[in-house]
Design a binder for this molecule. Structure first.
Ligand SMILES: Cc1cc2nc3c(=O)[nH]c(=O)nc-3n(C[C@H](O)[C@H](O)[C@H](O)COP(=O)(O)OP(=O)(O)OC[C@H]3O[C@@H](n4cnc5c(N)ncnc54)[C@H](O)[C@@H]3O)c2cc1C
Length: 412
């Protein structure tokens, strides 16, 4: 049986392992973290296209009950003016809409589902290097001195991917996006928003987003602008009280619930920097490939990073199912995916820029946004959300279908 080492048990990794299993490839999932994380970077929204991709490998049930439905986003200016409302995407046929959930819960649910399906998951193993063996297989080396071999190596190891640099030592590093991220969970309070739906405020000095969970708690995030990349350790050195005072100062001029939400948030406040990866020139070499954030990280503003990672994982497995020669499968996969994911990254960068507009840009944005949104009727972009993968369909690029009947993946 063909074997694969999947590096990274975040979002792309567990889904890739499950999809590969369906394609007849035995995958082992390896992650550097000592165990499934309990608290990793706030929350995210899994869009309908991401849920549909999970459904293609019958794994959407894994996230049932992990979060809550999120149907729309209301956008306001700092003065409180309603700029418009956007849907998070057309509901799936059974009424399923996007869900918002804690990142740790998503990682854990996907990992548990992979384990449940008999996939080996090994935490505490950091990949340090990998090379192609004379027989064509891959030898992977880990920080603890151990090694592993497999027919294929899939790098689902995130934006700081080691696999990306193994494939192409000259790969461009992630690009700094001039926005910081911080968020938290505040006790129940009246924010004026309908439960489950985002309330986004393009404030005079910073961007603020919040939504009310079913238990009434307010989940929020803020994007303070920061032109230059902070020095290593600078944000980690900021205390909760420093963050709180700065955020209160940033949101003081706005007519929004931001200040009361921030003031009432208990616990530690921790901020982090934002990066994206607009175009990684080499996704694969020999029998190694990168997927998810390792290949094309988008700014969180797009709200699509996790969904793209899931789509990648499923599409890669379909390509390997339909093309027994990995080089061909990887090339077909890249043809299927590159333009879509780079379009998402570009859209995310534009959205991030709109959050850091100067006074003139703000005026223009606040005047034009209602017109643009009314033209689309508040509908999300179909090209983005209506991407539904049919697992059983042969992979089709530009009308050239490859029959799944050509056999399960096998190595020469
Ligand atoms: C603030 C913020 C908000 C976001 N909001 C959204 C949102 O609303 N919607 C959305 O879809 N996306 C959102 N995203 C993006 C989303 O979280 C990522 O796109 C997604 O997690 C990518 O999945 P991945 O599996 O490719 O990488 P990751 O989730 O980063 O997983 C990578 C895994 O690889 C492991 N790893 C790394 N290096 C090694 C190594 N050398 N050896 C072994 N293991 C290794 C890591 O421990 C990690 O578990 C947001 C991101 C941020 C930062």
């Amino acid at each position: 049986m063909v074997t694969a080492l999947v590096i990274g048990a975040g979002v792309a990794g567990p889904v890739a392992a499950m999809a590969l299993q369906r394609a007849g490839i035995r995958a082992t999932l390896v992650d550097a973290a000592p165990g499934p994380a309990d608290d990793i970077g706030a929350f995210l929204t899994l869009q309908v296209n991401g849920i549909a991709a999970l459904r293609a490998v019958e794994a959407d049930g894994a996230v049932d009950g992990c979060g809550f439905p999120t149907r729309s986003m209301r956008l306001r200016s700092g003065s409180g003016k309603l700029l418009g409302e956007i849907s998070t995407g057309e509901a799936l046929a059974d009424g399923t809409v996007a869900i918002t959930l804690r990142r740790a819960d998503l990682y854990r649910a996907l990992c548990d589902e992979a384990l449940h399906r008999g996939i080996a998951v090994e935490h505490g193993r950091r990949l340090t290097d990998a090379r192609t063996e004379p027989d064509g297989g891959v030898l992977a080396e880990f920080a603890d001195g151990s090694t592993a071999t497999a027919d294929l190596l899939v790098g689902a190891d995130g934006i700081r991917s080691r696999v990306r640099r193994i494939i192409d030592p000259g790969a461009v590093p992630a690009r700094y996006v001039p926005l910081l991220n911080i968020g938290g969970y505040a006790p129940p309070q009246d924010t004026g928003a309908a439960p489950g739906d985002y309330e986004m405020v393009f404030g005079k000095r910073a961007f603020f987003g919040s939504l009310v969970a079913p238990d009434g708690a307010v989940w929020w995030f803020a994007n303070p602008p920061r032109r230059d990349e902070p020095a290593r350790g600078e944000l980690a050195a900021m205390t909760t009280s420093q963050w709180r005072s700065w955020l209160l100062e940033l949101f003081a001029p706005d007519r929004s619930p931001a200040c009361s939400i921030i003031r009432s948030t208990p616990g530690e406040l921790v901020g982090w920097t934002t990066y994206d990866l607009p175009s990684v020139r080499t996704w694969h070499r020999d029998r190694m490939i990168v997927i998810g954030d390792a290949a094309h990280a988008t700014s969180p503003a797009s709200g699509q990073g996790a969904s793209m990672a899931i789509e990648d994982a499923v599409e890669l497995a379909r390509c390997l199912r339909d093309h027994p020669e990995p080089g061909v499968a990887f090339a077909v996969y890249e043809q299927l995916r590159r333009s879509r994911v780079e379009k998402v990254v570009a859209a995310g960068a534009r959205l991030s820029n709109s959050k850091v507009a100067g006074p003139a840009g703000r005026m223009l944005r606040d005047a034009l946004m209602p017109l643009l949104l009314s033209r689309t009727g508040g509908q999300a972009q179909p090209w983005l959300h209506e991407y539904h993968i049919d697992w059983d369909a042969p992979v089709d690029i530009g009308g050239t279908a490859c029959s799944p009947g050509r056999g399960r993946a096998s190595m020469p």
